[in-house]
Design a protein around this ligand. Structure first.
Ligand SMILES: [Zn+2]
Length: 158
């Protein structure tokens, strides 16, 4: 299989991941890899880190993927408010939350040279403060950029 993606400098933020070949909509691009830690461990380790750029991905209610350790190039995929990719949770057949996976999938056809991005939908937990908004400011450049990587969850149906 020829190489489809490549990590290089991004105008959005730091490094980014770019298509180097045409990629069809609905393609599984890459798993988000890293060490599994519990949510409590993530809070302990990174709770005071307000840089807003730790490589954490909330896998399920049990675990967080810490791509700062054993991460792959998926950790360089930037956020966009109008993304061309999405993340899909693939639950393990045996119900073991440790074996759930996150796959980055294309939402539409991608041409070579396009930067790949998905909506981070950072869940800050409680109230969204001005400090949090500043910390998670968005510079994605999309026409309908919402200005933040934070995501307000819709009220639950339960
Ligand atoms: Zn944005």
């Amino acid at each position: 299989m020829p190489r489809r993606i490549q990590v290089r400098r991004s105008s959005i933020h730091g490094r980014g991941v770019f298509a180097v070949a045409p990629i069809a909509a609905g393609t599984d691009l890459i798993d988000y890899r890293g060490r599994l830690i519990t949510h409590a461990e993530a809070d302990r380790r990174y709770g005071d880190d307000d840089s807003g750029h730790t490589f954490l991905f909330s896998l399920n209610r049990h675990y967080v993927i810490d791509a700062g350790h054993h991460g792959n190039s998926a950790r360089f995929i930037n956020h966009s408010c109008e993304p061309n990719c999405e993340t899909v949770l693939v639950e393990s057949d045996d119900g073991d939350p440790k074996r759930d996976r996150v796959v980055i999938q294309t939402l539409r056809d991608i041409v070579p040279g396009e930067e790949l991005a998905y909506d981070y939908r950072i869940d800050a937990g409680g109230r969204i403060t001005r400090a949090l908004l500043q910390c998670w400011a968005c510079h994605c450049g999309a026409p309908r950029c919402r200005g933040t990587l934070l995501y307000r969850r819709r009220p639950s149906r339960r």
